[in-house]
Design a protein around this ligand. Sequence first.
Ligand SMILES: Nc1nc2c(ncn2[C@@H]2O[C@H](COP(=O)(O)OP(=O)(O)O)[C@@H](O)[C@H]2O)c(=O)[nH]1
Ligand SMILES: [Mg+2]
Length: 342
Amino acid sequence: MSTDLPTRFRDGKVPALARAISITEDQRDGFEELLHELLRAGPQAKRVGLTGPPGAGKSSLLALVANAYRALDERVGIVAVDPTSPYSGGALLGDRIRMNDLATDPGIFIRSMASRGSLGGLATTTKEVLDVMDAFGFERILVETVGVGQTELEITAAADTVVVVLVPESGDAVQAMKAGLMEIADIFVVNKADRPGAGRLAKEIRQALHLRAGEALHDVPAHHGVDLQNVPLELRPESSGDSERWEIPVLETNALDGAGIPDLVAAIGDHRAWLEGSGELAARRRHRTRGRVQDVVQREMRRVAWASDEVRRSLDEGVRGIERGEGTPYSVARDLLALLLR
Ligand SMILES: Nc1nc2c(ncn2[C@@H]2O[C@H](COP(=O)(O)OP(=O)(O)O)[C@@H](O)[C@H]2O)c(=O)[nH]1
Ligand SMILES: [Mg+2]
């Protein structure tokens, strides 16, 4: 790694950004020291995540929203996360075509990457790449994730404002509720408003949100024993009170003709103001930082565990022991842990 990379990065050289991202993605030697060096200033960018099912129009909306921010002279960093391979599937090809218009603008930087989260979540490296882009000084960071289970829900670990994009074809509000989308959405967008059923879906979502808000009020004191990971941020104990609760808007858009985009941009701005005014931004960032430390510790523990010759030898012996009927994976694991934590 060239020693002046942090300097060139801080001077705003785009090749240095691209290099820092590659080093991070590939976890090359010294990447953690580099991140430590680059991320000292902490998060500054306004991060907006768009998530939803494939084909909902996330990329189309993202391009329009990016253009709106460019018109306001904000520099925009874009990350598109595909859960499979960046080279397969029509969705990402679509991204490329639409994003080509953006790619010629020097105020925009686009990176598309595969999600490598082994447990199906948003990969730690993806979150780190977002941090690197943040540190580079983009005022706005837009991240698109395809909604497939955990990846969709984990966008809260990377963005300040989560926009959930649905379309009439993606089912009804009950399904969205079951999928946990009500918990993560700061803003709902029903895209493809030109298609039949868009208005009805928007109405259903509003009703479901209304019901949930009513129930949530009754539930507030009953936090004991609840896994806070699954509790919406605004209901977590350290969050602000009822008076400052964010009212989730449900907007209709048409990414083909741009209808509803100014409303979407305005809603994102309103949410930002609420985040900052209510103290929720600090709470979300703290939650994110905590998760990041845990990610890094887990990654390092995994690395350290299997890097030791003694542990690997012990594993081999343990496996032979299991074959002889002298143990189970659990007894061997327990011995290995004892060895590691000695
Ligand atoms: N009719 C209609 N089609 C749309 C709209 N927005 C996007 N599309 C189309 O839907 C397809 C998927 O869009 P894309 O942005 O790639 O969706 P993504 O997979 O969510 O990123 C493309 O063919 C778009 O042109 C819309 O508002 N109305
Ligand atoms: Mg897309």
